[in-house]
Design a protein around this ligand. Structure first.
Ligand code: SAM
Length: 240
């Protein structure tokens, strides 16, 4: 197997608190490259079960191989964790012992230039966790108005120059020049002092990624459902 593409954060802290019963059923809603999932599965008994979900089909491909060496009961599903109640119904699972959501993007998504998440590599401006569905970042920036772009950068990125940057982005989009990560980088670099550019780029790219993947709405919906699906004494871990 290739080198592990993502090192899980807060691994021991999370798993030691999440696992209350080795015979339980656990949901990893952002299974990614399986770092948390593998640590959890190693501690399950042969009666325990892990259900893993991720939007990213590439990550699931890797995790399928990674978990296959463990003789434990698990299943992996390509989809949005906000829809996990439907998945549980189809698996005939009524209650969960534990749930984990490890938010954001994985290092692999960031480092794989062609996914369009990173301002370090020139690539099509995509940013979808699932490249097979939904609007790309480029399509969004070409169809949204200056006001909407500004709001996204302000709310999801907390970038103080959101208005100026949104104006530049809208102008470039109107001219047909908002197709790549470097088009977006250029628009931001025209509005921010070079000393602050890296931080502003990180904030703007993060904001647009959150918008494209509707990340906060997914989390709100999933957390609201967790009250119903978590068994008494069960635990939920959210890493942000
Ligand atoms: C920080 S990574 C998780 C890493 C994982 N814990 C590991 O150890 O490899 C976040 C993952 O969440 C996925 N993701 C983000 N939003 C999602 C959603 N709404 N539904 C399912 N997966 C999502 C991303 O594709 C990414 O693989």
């Amino acid at each position: 197997m290739d080198a592990i593409p993502h090192l899980p954060v807060l691994l021991e802290e999370t798993i030691s608190r999440l696992l209350t019963n080795p015979d339980g059923i656990y949901l990893d809603g952002t299974v990614g490259f399986g770092g948390h999932a593998e640590a959890l599965i190693k501690k399950l008994s042969k009666h325990g079960q892990l259900i893993g979900i991720d939007l990213d089909p590439y990550a699931l491909e890797y995790t399928k191989k990674r978990l296959s060496k463990h003789q434990r009961f698990y299943s992996l599903h390509n989809g949005n964790y906000r829809e996990y109640p439907l998945l549980l119904q189809s698996l005939d699972v009524a209650k969960l012992t534990g749930i984990i959501f490890d938010l954001g993007s994985s290092s692999s998504q960031l480092n794989t230039g062609h996914r369009g998440f990173s301002f370090q590599a020139d690539a099509p401006l995509d940013m979808r966790f699932n490249p097979g569905s939904g609007m790309t970042a480029s399509e969004f920036l070409q169809s949204a108005g200056k006001e909407e772009i500004s709001k996204v950068i302000e709310v999801y990125g907390e970038e103080r120059y959101h208005r100026k940057i949104a104006g530049r982005i809208a102008q470039a989009a109107e001219g047909g020049n908002m197709n790549t990560t470097f088009d977006l980088k250029l628009a931001v670099s025209k509005c921010v002092h070079p000393r602050f550019l890296t931080k502003s780029l990180a904030r703007v790219f993060q904001a647009i990624r959150i918008k494209i993947n509707d990340e906060l709405e997914s989390l709100k919906e999933a957390l609201a459902n967790s009250i119903e699906y978590l068994q008494v004494g069960g635990r939920i871990a959210v890493i942000s």
